[in-house]
Write a protein that binds this ligand. Structure first.
Ligand SMILES: C[S@@+](CC[C@H](N)C(=O)[O-])C[C@H]1O[C@@H](n2cnc3c(N)ncnc32)[C@H](O)[C@@H]1O
Length: 237
């Protein structure tokens, strides 16, 4: 897969150069390219923003360089899907990440200032928000989307690993512990220390369900519905 990110802050993407994403890049499972929007301007000042029509505060990213950047990248990977990061978009979640991980490529546009000229939406496949809050720019959302999608690419994680993560089939993950078995009077639950695989699996399933029910009731209802419809609601047992 190929991921192209268009930004006015190309130096900010250090988190994509560590850990799982870096290993995926090193192994050739994903190619990540960071493009400086200024390189797609035509004027000598490399102007990427301008004042909004109608007046008002703030600046807006101009559509010409954004169009030029997307057109340029599409020449190299014509089937890439284009994402605009915006607090007004569809809320990003694990299901959307799974869908995006099956595309041949992603071009992610990072907005800034008051956002991008609305006409950019005409070349966008997905407008995505990473949450109901407003960030300064689309760089953090682009990194969130990239990290989440790359983890789901075949071979990046051990085969079953995403199955044990939160949100797989609408469940949160179970509590985890490591050594020592007692710390400041807090004991690791007996079932986990029992060595009995069936008991451990049952404990984990019960905890995941309890947690989801308490913390995310809407998610829990979807999980229960899946179980009732005969879908295998939990591959952790
Ligand atoms: C300061 S924000 C602009 C907010 C815009 N005026 C609004 O209220 O919808 C600048 C840029 O940050 C990015 N951004 C901010 N919050 C975001 C979020 N929750 N999800 C995705 N992108 C976000 C977008 O690219 C946006 O264009």
């Amino acid at each position: 897969m190929r991921i192209d990110i268009i930004t006015i802050f190309p130096d900010i993407f250090v988190p994509l150069d560590v850990s799982i994403v870096k290993r995926a890049v090193d192994k050739g499972m994903v190619e990540i390219n960071i493009w400086n929007l200024r390189d797609f301007t035509k004027d000598k000042h490399k102007k990427v923003d301008d004042t909004p029509y109608g007046g008002g505060k703030g600046m807006v990213l101009r559509c010409e360089p954004v169009f030029a950047a997307v057109e340029h990248i599409k020449k190299e990977n014509k089937n890439s899907k284009v994402i605009l990061t915006t607090p007004q978009g569809t809320l990003f979640n694990q299901n959307l990440a799974k869908k995006l991980s099956k595309t041949p490529g992603l071009i992610i546009i990072c907005g800034h200032y008051e956002g991008v000229d609305e006409r950019v939406c005409s070349i966008v496949d997905y407008e995505i928000s990473i949450g109901d809050y407003v960030l300064t720019g689309g760089e953090l959302p682009a990194m969130v989307i990239t990290d989440c999608v790359v983890r789901l690419l075949p071979g990046v994680l051990p085969e079953e690993a995403p199955v044990y993560d939160s949100f797989h089939q609408y469940l949160l993950d179970w509590p985890s512990y490591t050594k020592p078995s007692v710390f400041k009077g807090m004991r690791v639950p007996d079932d986990l220390l029992s060595g009995n695989h069936k008991k451990i699996a049952q404990w984990r399933k019960t905890q995941a369900e309890k947690r989801t029910k308490e913390r995310r009731p809407v998610l829990y209802r979807r999980y229960v519905k899946g179980e009732q419809n005969g879908q295998k609601g939990n591959r952790r047992d």
